[in-house]
Design a protein around this ligand. Structure first.
Ligand code: EPU
Length: 421
C-alpha cells in the first residue's frame, strides 16, 4: 500500500486537463449491458473503479478491450450470472448492474455494494423502483435477488432525488413494456450523460436533467460510440486546490456551466475566477472572506466537493459554516484536519470553521473526497514546516487519476511512498 508525502507551501501554477467523469463512467459501463452490439466509450478516466467494472462485465461474458482511453464493450455474449460476492463488493456503483441486467435479462443476483462508506447509504429507492416496474426483490445472505416475468412501465416518485436510483430505474425501464415516469428525479449532469448514451443505443428517454424523466420502453438496443463528460468533481477539486495554495491554475477540458456552484462560492470568498468556453482559470488571493456553504443536490454545491471546500475554508478569515444536506454525517475528514491544526467544531449537521495556518501531520483518508481534502490541506502547509503524510491512498486512487503527476506538473512537492508492512 502507498502513502502520499506532501511538502507544502508552493502555490500551484499552470494548466491541468480534466479526464472523463468517474461517476458517469461507472454508470455508462454497466449501461452497455443493455445493448446487443458493441458500445465504445471514450474519454474514460484511468481509475481502479473503471478497471474493476471492466472485469465484472468480462466475468458476465462481455468481451472488453482497451484502446488508449477508450473501452470497447461487446455485450453480445453476456448472461445474467449470479454475482453475490467478489468484485461487486469492491464498488458502490455495482448496484447499476441490477438495473442493467434486469432490463436485458429480466433477472439479477448482485451482492450489496461496497465502496466509500462515509455513512450508511441505503438503496431502498432503487428497490422501490424495480418493484414498481414489476420485479420481485429479495435479500438472500447479503445479495439482492431481482426477478421479473415482464417489466412494465410505471409512475415512480423518488422520496429523495437520488442519483443512483434515477439511473438504475432509467436502465431497467429502457427495456420495459410501456411508459415509465420518474418524478423527483436527480438532475446531475451524469444523469444526462447516461440518458444520452442510452438514447444513442436506441432507448427513448426524455427530460433527463429535469425532475421529471419519461422513458418509453423499447424491445432492443444496439451499440454506439459515446464520449464521457468531463469530471466536474475533479475539476472542482483542482479549482479549490488552486485557491487554497494561492496559485494560478487553468482547469481545462471542462464544462464551466457544471461548475457554477463552486465558481460562485470561490468568487464570494474573493478568489478571481475567469471562465472560458472549455476552461476556468483560478487566481488565488492572499486573503479570503469567510463563507457559508450548503451541500445540496445539483445544481447546488456538490456534496463531493464539501470536504475539499472545508480545507479551503480553513484558509479564510472569520468563521465559516459548512452544512451537508445530502450526507448529513460526511465529516470524517474533520478529525484529521484537526490533527493538522484546523479550528473546526461540529454543531449538528454543520461544521463551524475558523481560519488557521495548518501544520504537517500523519493523517488518514477514510474516503475518496476526504482524501482530496487532506491532500489540499498538506499543500497549504507553509514551506519548511515538514512533511504531511496521507494514508488511505487506495480511496483517492478511486476518483483522481494521475493526481500526483498533475499536482507535480503544477509545481507541488508531492510523491508516493510504499508503506512497509
Ligand atoms: N438515498 C436513500 N435511499 C436510496 C438512495 C439514496 O435514502 O435508495 C439517500 C442517500 O442516503 C443520500 C441521498 O439519498 O442521503 C442521495 O444519495 P444518492 O443516491 O444520490 O447517491 P449515490 O447515487 O449513492 C452518487 C455518487 C456519490 C455522490 C452522490 C450524490 C456514484 C457511484 N456515487 O451516489 O459520489 O456523493 O451521488 O451526488 O455515482 C463520490 O464520488 O465520492 C461519491 C460518493
Amino acid at each position: 500500500m502507498d502513502k502520499l508525502m506532501i511538502s507544502g507551501g508552493r502555490p500551484l501554477h499552470g494548466t491541468v486537463r480534466i479526464s472523463g467523469a468517474k461517476n458517469s463512467a461507472i454508470a455508462l459501463i454497466p449501461a452497455a449491458v443493455l445493448a446487443e452490439t458493441t458500445v465504445t466509450l471514450d474519454n474514460l478516466p484511468q481509475l481502479s473503479d473503471v478497471a474493476i467494472y471492466g472485469e465484472i462485465l468480462s466475468e458476465l461474458g462481455a468481451s472488453i478491450s482497451w484502446h488508449a482511453d477508450e473501452m470497447i464493450i461487446d455485450p453480445s455474449g453476456m448472461r445474467s450470472a449470479p454475482m453475490p460476492n467478489g468484485n461487486v463488493k469492491k464498488l458502490r456503483a455495482s448496484y447499476y448492474l441490477m438495473g442493467a441486467l434486469l432490463g436485458r435479462f429480466g433477472e439479477a443476483v448482485i451482492g450489496l455494494p461496497g465502496g466509500c462508506n462515509f455513512e450508511p447509504r441505503p438503496i431502498d429507492l432503487h428497490i422501490k423502483g424495480f418493484e414498481a416496474l414489476g420485479a420481485i426483490v429479495t435479500n438472500e445472505n447479503g445479495a439482492l435477488h431481482i426477478k421479473a416475468k415482464e417489466l412494465r412501465g410505471a409512475k415512480i416518485y423518488l422520496d429523495m432525488a437520488s442519483v443512483g436510483a434515477t439511473i438504475n430505474i432509467m436502465l431497467a425501464a429502457s427495456r420495459a413494456k410501456g411508459s415509465t415516469l420518474i418524478e423527483n428525479a436527480a438532475k446531475e449532469p451524469e444523469i444526462v450523460d447516461v440518458a444520452t448514451l442510452l438514447n444513442s443505443m436506441g432507448a427513448n428517454i426524455k427530460g433527463a436533467g429535469t425532475e421529471t424523466i419519461r422513458i418509453e420502453g423499447v424491445d432492443t438496443m444496439h451499440g454506439c460510440r459515446h464520449s464521457i463528460i468531463p469530471d466536474r468533481i475533479q475539476a472542482g477539486t483542482y479549482m479549490i486546490a488552486a485557491a487554497a495554495t494561492r496559485g494560478d491554475v487553468t482547469i481545462d477540458q471542462i464544462i464551466p456551466k457544471h461548475m457554477e456552484a463552486v465558481t460562485a462560492k470561490l468568487q464570494e470568498m474573493g478568489v478571481k475566477v475567469y471562465e472560458m468556453d472549455e476552461s476556468i482559470r483560478i487566481v488565488g488571493q492572499p486573503e479570503y472572506n469567510h463563507v457559508d456553504v450548503k451541500a445540496l443536490v445539483y445544481p447546488g454545491f456538490a456534496t463531493d466537493l464539501q470536504s475539499p471546500m472545508c480545507t479551503l475554508m480553513t484558509q479564510s478569515s472569520g468563521v465559516s459554516v459548512l452544512t451537508d444536506h445530502v450526507y448529513g454525517s460526511r465529516f470524517k475528514h474533520i478529525p484529521e484536519l484537526l490533527r493538522m491544526g484546523a479550528k473546526v467544531k461540529m454543531e449538528g449537521r454543520s461544521a463551524i470553521i475558523e481560519g488557521a495556518t495548518l501544520s504537517p501531520a500523519r493523517v488518514h483518508a477514510t474516503d475518496l473526497r476526504a482524501g482530496a481534502a487532506l491532500v489540499i490541506a498538506g499543500l497549504t502547509v507553509p514551506s519548511g514546516r515538514g512533511i504531511t503524510e496521507v494514508t488511505g491512498v487506495e480511496y483517492i486512487d478511486r476518483g483522481y487519476d494521475n493526481l500526483v503527476e498533475n499536482l507535480t506538473s503544477l509545481g507541488a512537492e508531492i510523491w508516493r511512498e510504499t508503506i512497509k508492512e
